[in-house]
Structure formats: C-alpha cells, structure tokens
Design a protein around this ligand. Structure first.
Ligand code: SF4
Length: 350
C-alpha cells in the first residue's frame, strides 16, 4: 500500500476516526473486562486470532449492553469455539471469487460492473464474514496495482459501474480515496461509483468533511450532466447499531447527494425475527437509507452457527411485507457461486 493510504494518527484528537480505527480493541480478555463478561479462559482464541483476529472499534463497542452475553451486537464480533468446527457444505471461498479475478484485486463476475478490492482491512471483524478466509495479503494492492486494475476497466467498454469493496474502502486515507475516485471519474464509460462499507455504522466519525467533499462533486447536479452517480451500500444488521452519531453521519452522506442503501445478513439469534428487522427498516430509513438486501448466510467455513434456514427467511419477509410499505422490505437473496447476479429467494405462494 502506498504511503498516502497509511492512516496517520499523530496529533489527532482521541475521537478522530483515525484514532478510533487504529485503537480498535483486539484483545479477547480486554473485551470481556470492558463488557463485564465472565473472564473465563478461551482455549480457541489463539487459533482464532491466527485465522481471523478479533477487531472491535470503540463506537461500536459502546452500543453493546454490558454483562449481556446474548447481546446481538456482541454476538457479531465475539470469537466462538464453533468457528473451528468444520461443516460439510461450507468452504473457505464460498463464492468462488478466486476464479473471477482477471487481475489482482479485481473481481469481474457480474455483467456491467466490477468489484475493486480497494483496501484489505476492515474496521471491525464480523465473525460471519464470507471473506474471512480471503487472501488479503495477496490482494493488498499498491497504487501501481490499483492502476493496473483501472487499466483493465478502461479496456472494457461494457463496464459501467465500479464497486469499491474490501475489506472496507473507507479504511483508506482521504488522500488515497481522492486519487482513486478521481481516476475512476476519468474512465469515460463509468456512470456509477458504488462503495460497500460498514464504517459509517461502526465508526460514524469516518464521515468527515473531507470525505463528503471527495464524494460530493461526483453526484449528478443537472440534467444530462456527466457526473458520476454515487451509491453507498452500508451494512447494518440490527437496530441497536444505529445511535444518534450513526444517524447524523448517514444524514450527512444523504445531504451530499449520495444514494444510500443497506444490506444485512440474516443471522441466527441476532436478527432472525420479523420484529427486529422491521424496527431496523424504520430506523435506517429515518437515517435516510433504504433497505436493499437481506442476505442468506454465505456458506463460509467457521460461520455455520450463524446460519438461518432459507424457509425462516421467507417467513420473516412475508411477515415484514404485512407490516411495512414495500420500499422498506429488503429483498431476500443468496449468492450462488458462478451466477451472474444475486438470486432472489422466492416467496411461498401456497
Ligand atoms: S466489515 Fe464487511 S468485509 Fe469486513 S469483516 Fe465485516 S462483513 Fe467482512
């Protein structure tokens, strides 16, 4: 990674997003102490730390209810012994992305759009993540490699949308993001820039004035203008993830002219109730975000204990449809390896 993408924290206030990012909690015993959880030794932690270490930033941590071992935010980040159980049908590359990468850091499997691994790091480690085994070390791109990916996109006139993903692209410095966004704006066939990020949810201070300025000029302002459409897809699974700071950050992004959507993953004992997801739809919409996808869990090794049967998801969506206007009901989808789009899970009609 080039030096311009490295986050410098010297002389920044303690609540700056850079300090909150670099100071995220990484110790299991610290987490237990801070949250008043039983400080029992956990034999699996050293192995899990090697595979997919614990990372929880302070703003997210502050929303977890102390002493509650079943807190829905805690369960998303707490390493569990079940992660070491090998489950038939679950794999380390459930979406077979390795086969769809024509150049390092680029995934081209959908028509008209490509996914660029902009950053190899995340602000939080979600234990159910389908990329928990992704070889980020091999995809930790330098600026010249990002340039090669951009050159590939330039050579494909049928690509109209670039999706910045990761890791989390908003872990990049503003200076590096500015460079990347400018380079994408110069690609004549690109009409839409999409950013997949969990940062506005887990560290809302990431939505700073500089970021808003980087993204604002891209938004369309006049009829027939050639400005880029900017879409941000945030990732929020439970209404407790949205506090006033998160709402404020999301509203700022909306005011900057960015289209905001949310994707959630259907997770056992976290959000597998229609009431929970109905509340999430209301809360996220109040923050200017429309529900987009509710993903059936990708079958990644180490996450089987989060799995919810599709039939349950179907019933949850049916119940939400009774309670909400259509625009607040997310689409229940699953990803099938090799498919050229997400597959909508069909509702029962009997
Ligand atoms: S923020 Fe996204 S990419 Fe990172 S661990 Fe969580 S789900 Fe995975």
């Amino acid at each position: 990674m080039s030096t311009s993408s490295i986050i410098k924290t010297v002389n920044r206030p303690a609540d700056s997003w850079q300090r909150q990012l670099s100071g995220a909690r990484r110790s299991f015993s610290d987490l237990c102490t801070l949250l008043n959880l039983p400080a029992s030794s956990f034999d699996a932690i050293s192995e899990l730390d090697k595979q997919f270490p614990l990372i929880v930033p302070e703003p997210y941590l502050s929303r977890i209810i102390k002493g509650d071992q079943r807190d829905p935010l805690l369960l998303q980040v707490l390493p569990q012994a079940e992660e070491l159980v090998s489950t038939p049908g679950f794999s380390v590359d459930p979406l077979e992305e390795a086969d769809a990468s024509p150049v390092a850091g680029l995934i081209h499997k959908y028509h008209g759009r490509v996914l660029l691994v902009a950053s190899s790091t995340c602000a939080i480690h979600c234990r159910y993540c389908f990329r928990r085994h992704f070889p980020y070390q091999e995809n930790r791109l330098q600026r010249n490699q990002h340039q090669q990916a951009l050159d590939y996109i330039k050579s494909k006139p049928d690509i109209h949308e670039v999706i910045l993903s990761g890791g989390d692209p908003l872990t990049l410095s503003n200076a590096y993001l500015q460079w990347l966004v400018n380079a994408i704006k110069e690609l004549p066939q690109i009409t839409t820039l999409r950013i997949h990020t969990r940062l506005p949810i887990v560290i809302p201070n990431r939505v700073d004035a500089e970021l808003l300025e980087i993204l604002r000029p891209c938004t369309p302002r006049t009829v027939n203008s050639d400005h880029l459409n900017v879409v941000m897809v945030v990732h929020c699974n439970h209404p407790n993830e949205i506090d006033d700071d998160v709402e404020h950050a999301l509203l700022q992004l909306k005011d900057a002219g960015i289209t905001l959507l949310n994707q959630s993953v259907l997770l056992k004992e976290i959000n597998d109730q229609a009431d929970t997801l109905t509340t999430l739809s209301h809360r996220i919409f109040k923050a200017g975000v429309l529900p987009y996808y509710l993903h059936v869990l990708d079958a990644v090794q180490g996450a089987a204990h989060f799995d919810v049967p599709e039939s349950v998801g179907i019933h949850i969506i049916a119940e939400m449809t009774q309670k909400l206007p259509g625009y607040l009901v997310p689409r229940l989808v699953r990803e099938n390896p090799g498919a050229t789009s997400k597959t909508t899970v069909t509702l029962i009609t009997d």
